[in-house]
Design a protein around this ligand. Structure first.
Ligand SMILES: Nc1ncnc2c1ncn2[C@@H]1O[C@H](COP(=O)(O)OP(=O)(O)O)[C@@H](O)[C@H]1O
Ligand SMILES: O=P(O)(O)OC[C@H](O)CO
Length: 519
């Protein structure tokens, strides 16, 4: 008799929405539920989320996907969690309530703390021990800000009453009803507090930021059992009820930051394999195996996951505004009604008519790392129209990815034969073709675009024995579409030079000393 199928739920907690996806043991999606939640912008450059709303939205998707598929928790073999990284929550371990909103990875409020760390001569130490550059992007300075600015927080922290977590840790804590305070290596490596050489929290950095060690979670491998979520018979959060069999008690068996999960979901588990994810931001990661590459070009060294689930190193280039620039065209300029419209309008013209859009709205990430850069629209002439601007926005996503790709290939000394891609914006064929053209590389889009969730599901399924190894996983992945370069080299060079010129115009713009007095 054939054995009955097994299922894994992946919880994909992203910057703009929470998703729950059920995969079967053939890696086929059985059901999906998604909830958006509020983006909170209290001041220019500040971004927050309500951590309770994140939990509520994630819990709702979990309940909904079970209801939609007619499954009960006993049908689920494991849960995988993947999350927006760096976003920082601190909560009281007795009440289970956050002391403040979550500070989101995009938030720039701690730029001054970073300047102080740099002035204190910590740049080299941070790069050598954490693989990162000192930047407001990472969790460390966000924790310090919370402890210094939320009334009574530091005293509570000293008394051991507070816990810190990235969103994976927050969800694990909630799903296990406060039993487990843990994270995985990939998320820990985004805090600027984790030593990627020793794989432990770094005492020198904790001291520099005055962060008590008691706040920090235990760090585990990405593919192991973290604890059990009590999904109960009819809902979530029934931990207090006696559960005699496995009914309702599901292993949380895979945890990874979303970019590392996507890398694993694309099976980039060996040295020299890379993927680019086009979501709110763009994140290009290359697995460098057991070799820790120190970037000469402003890329990050971060932790990833190898074929056996072991810790690998990766190079990463992060672009802050990827698909988000499309949201801006839609929400702030009203040039389009939906992200898909960009393909229609950009397709009406074959070039941007000399227009460049540099989306440095929250500064520039790799390889520039300029928190003071700001968005610019360059090269406008009387003939420039909305189609050109929309096309320039799409091209900007590809140019920024090319900046990172170029730096990465130089750092790693590896020329990629193809770029694997995923994320919401890869649905756009014009963007994909332009990426292939400007980077002179084959761009390979999988059939299943949910590679982030798939990566978390793979990790969890491997940990509980649904799958045996990554070779078995590779047989289930179906290759999708390949975009091949079709641009003359001279044209490529001219266009790219224009982009570099536009970037220099956007840099070092926001300098408080230059700002006119506000009246
Ligand atoms: N057809 C499209 N063309 C261009 N951009 C798109 C398209 N569809 C979605 N996007 C962009 O992709 C992003 C959503 O991708 P997703 O992977 O869901 O992001 P995240 O996980 O960061 O929330 C949005 O910023 C949206 O503007
Ligand atoms: O939520 P996403 O997909 O935009 O990913 C956010 C990144 O993890 C931030 O580092």
């Amino acid at each position: 008799m054939p054995s009955s199928p097994q299922y894994v739920i992946a919880l994909d907690q992203g910057t703009t929405s929470s998703r729950a996806i059920i995969f079967d043991d053939r890696a086929q999606i059985q059901g999906c539920a998604q909830r958006e939640f509020a983006q909170i912008y209290p001041q220019t450059g500040w971004v927050e989320h309500d951590a309770m709303e994140i939990w509520a939205s994630q819990r709702a998707t979990l309940t909904e996907v079970l209801a939609k598929t007619g499954m009960s928790p006993t049908d689920i073999s494991a849960i995988g969690i993947t999350n927006q990284r760096e976003t920082t929550v601190i909560w009281n371990k007795h009440t289970g309530r956050p002391i403040y909103n979550a500070i989101v990875w995009q938030c720039r409020r701690t730029a001054e703390i970073c300047e102080q760390l740099t002035a204190d001569g910590l740049s080299d130490y941070v790069q050598e021990q954490t693989g990162l550059v000192i930047d407001a992007y990472f969790s460390g300075t966000k924790i310090k800000w919370l402890l210094d600015n939320v009334e009574g927080a530091r005293e509570q922290a000293e008394r051991g009453e507070l816990l810190f977590g990235t969103i994976d840790t927050w969800l694990i804590w909630k799903l296990t009803e406060g039993r487990v305070h843990a994270t995985d290596y990939t998320n820990a490596s985004r805090t600027m507090l984790f030593n990627i050489n020793t794989l432990t929290w770094d005492d020198k950095l904790l001291k520099a930021l005055a962060i008590p060690r008691s706040l920090l979670p235990e760090v585990k491998a990405s593919g192991e059992i973290f604890g059990y979520a009590y999904l109960g018979g009819s809902g979530i959060g029934l931990a207090d009820k006696e559960i005699s069999n496995n009914g309702g008690k599901v292993a949380i068996a895979g945890v990874a930051g979303d970019q590392q999960a996507a890398l694993f979901g694309q099976l980039c588990v060996n040295k020299g394999m890379a993927k680019n994810t086009y979501g709110t931001g763009c994140f290009l990661l290359m697995n460098t195996g057991l070799q820790k590459v120190r970037s000469q070009f402003g890329l990050l060294t971060t932790l990833a996951i190898g074929a056996q689930g072991e810790v690998n190193y990766a190079l990463e280039g992060s672009v802050f505004m990827g698909g988000a620039i499309i949201q801006w065209l839609r929400d702030e300029l009203g040039l389009i009604r939906s992200a898909e419209d960009t393909e229609y309008f950009a397709g009406k013209v074959s070039h941007t008519n000399g227009v460049y859009l540099v989306p440095a709205f929250v500064g520039l990430g790799a390889p520039y790392w300029d928190p003071y850069a700001r968005g610019t629209l360059m090269g406008l002439s009387r003939g420039a129209n909305r189609n050109h601007i929309i096309r320039a926005a799409l091209e900007a996503i590809a140019y920024q990815s090319q900046d990172v790709l170029h730096a990465m290939q130089q750092d790693a000394g590896i020329a990629l034969s193809a770029l694997k891609v995923d994320g919401g914006a890869v649905a756009n064929d014009i963007l994909m073709q332009f990426q292939a053209d400007i980077s002179d590389i084959d761009v390979v889009r999988p059939t299943l675009l949910e590679t982030t969730a798939l990566g978390a599901a793979f990790l969890a399924g491997l940990a509980v024995g649904i799958w045996q190894n990554t070779e078995q996983l590779s047989q289930m992945l179906i290759q999708g579409q390949r975009f091949t370069p079709a641009m003359r080299q001279s044209q490529r060079e001219t266009l790219y030079q224009g982009w570099k010129k536009a970037v220099t115009r956007s840099q070092h713009w926001e300098n408080t000393a230059d700002r006119p007095e506000e009246t």
